[in-house]
Design a protein around this ligand. Structure first.
Ligand code: SF4
Ligand SMILES: [Zn+2]
Length: 338
C-alpha cells in the first residue's frame, strides 16, 4: 500500500551533469502558503498548469490555509523521514512557483515558502551527511544578494542550484506568447547574483511555444540555449511542451490551433546545443498529469521515447544516431517547407 508521504516525497536515480555521475535524488513536492506570485498578480504564464484547480498544489492548499506557514515544516520532515534510509545526494524541491518568495523580496507579494522554512531546509542540508546539493526554482525577481547570501551560508559549502524559467530569449515569445513578464536584464542579474555566491543556475527553455511553427520553435530554442550559456548559466533544461488542462495552450490544442512538437525536433535541438553545455530534456510528466505529450508516428514513438529516457540518465548523444523511421523524412520535409 502507498505510504502517505509517497504522494509528495520520493527518491529517483538522476544524472547530474555538473557532478558527472548518477545520484540518488530526493524529489519533494512542497505545498506553498500562497499560489505563485505571478499567477496571483496577473493570471500566470500561458502554458502553466500548476495553479489550476486539478493541480495537487491546489488540493494541498488547505494545509497552509488552515494551519498557516508553520504547517509546512512538519510536511518537510515527514517527507524526509519517508526517504532518509535511501541516502539521497541531491534534494530537489518543486513548489510550482518561487521557493525564494518569502514575501519580503517584493513589497506586496504574498509569500510562497516562509523564510523560516527556507532557512530550516538549508540548515538541514548543510548538516546532512549525504545530501550535497539543493535544487530549487524561482522567478529572477526573488533571487537577491540578501537571500542567496544567507541561504548559501547555511548550506556550509554544499551546492545551491536555482532553476529560472527564462523560456525564450525572444521578447515577444517570452512576454507576449508565454506571458512570463521577465526581462533579460532581470535574468542576467539573477545569474550573476548566483555566481557571486558560488551558487549554480539552471535555465528552463520552453519548446515549442504557441504561434511558432516547428522550425521557428527549433530556432528559438537553439538561440535561447546559446544565449543562456553566454549569460553564464551552468545548465539548461529543455521544457518540451505538453498539454495540461486549464491552460490557454489546452484551449488552443483542442481547437486544433496548436500542435505539440515531434520527438525528432526535440532531438534536433539537443544535437545542436549539447556541445555548448549540459542540456537536459525535461520529463513529459507533471502535475496535473498532461492530457497530451510530444510524439512521433505510432511505429517509432516508443523506441524514440526510450532513447530520450536513456539520454536523460546518461547525456550520451550517440543514442540518437541509431534512430531511424520513415516518419523522419516526412518531418524533415515539413520543417524545410516552413
Ligand atoms: S510557469 Fe512559474 S511563474 Fe509562470 S505561472 Fe507557472 S509557476 Fe508561476
Ligand atoms: Zn516514426
Amino acid at each position: 500500500m502507498r505510504k502517505p508521504w509517497e504522494n509528495f516525497s520520493a527518491i529517483d536515480r538522476f544524472f547530474d551533469p555538473l557532478l558527472q555521475q548518477t545520484v540518488n535524488r530526493w524529489v519533494l513536492l512542497l505545498p506553498t502558503v500562497n499560489l505563485c506570485y505571478w499567477y496571483l498578480k496577473c493570471g500566470g504564464c500561458s502554458m502553466c498548469g500548476f495553479n489550476c484547480p486539478k493541480s495537487s498544489k491546489q488540493q494541498y492548499a488547505w494545509i497552509a490555509k488552515y494551519f498557516g506557514g508553520r504547517a509546512l515544516h512538519p510536511l518537510y520532515w515527514i517527507g524526509y523521514f519517508g526517504i532518509r534510509s535511501q541516502n539521497p545526494q541531491n534534494l530537489t524541491i518543486y513548489n510550482g512557483g518561487s521557493f525564494l518568495n518569502s514575501g519580503r523580496e517584493i513589497s506586496g507579494s504574498k509569500p510562497e515558502i516562509p523564510y523560516s522554512l527556507q532557512t530550516a531546509i538549508c540548515r538541514h542540508v548543510g548538516q546532512h551527511p549525504t545530501i550535497q546539493k539543493l535544487f530549487v526554482e524561482s522567478r529572477p525577481e526573488f533571487i537577491t544578494r540578501s537571500n542567496i547570501g544567507s541561504l548559501t551560508d547555511l548550506l556550509q559549502g554544499k551546492v545551491l542550484q536555482v532553476g529560472i524559467g527564462l523560456e525564450s530569449k525572444n521578447n515577444k515569445v517570452r512576454n507576449s506568447i508565454l506571458r512570463k513578464g521577465i526581462n533579460l536584464g532581470q535574468f542576467e542579474n539573477a545569474v550573476s547574483v548566483l555566481k557571486e555566491y558560488k551558487a549554480k543556475s539552471l535555465a528552463y527553455v520552453f519548446f515549442k511555444p504557441m504561434e511558432l511553427s516547428e522550425e521557428e520553435a527549433i530556432d528559438d530554442a537553439v538561440h535561447t540555449i546559446q544565449y543562456c550559456f553566454e549569460a553564464g548559466v551552468d545548465e539548461v533544461s529543455l521544457s518540451c511542451a505538453f498539454i495540461q488542462d486549464g491552460t490557454k495552450m489546452a484551449d488552443q490544442y483542442r481547437k486544433g490551433a496548436y500542435q505539440l512538437p515531434r520527438l525528432w525536433s526535440i532531438i534536433e535541438v539537443i544535437k545542436k546545443t549539447a556541445p555548448l553545455g549540459p542540456v537536459r530534456i525535461g520529463t513529459f510528466e507533471d502535475d496535473p498529469p498532461p492530457i497530451a505529450i510530444p510524439r512521433n508516428c505510432p511505429q517509432c514513438t516508443e523506441t524514440v521515447m526510450q532513447a530520450i529516457g536513456q539520454y536523460r540518465r546518461t547525456f550520451n548523444l550517440s543514442l540518437f544516431n541509431q534512430l531511424h523511421c520513415p516518419c523522419e523524412e516526412t518531418w524533415l520535409k515539413e520543417i524545410s517547407a516552413q
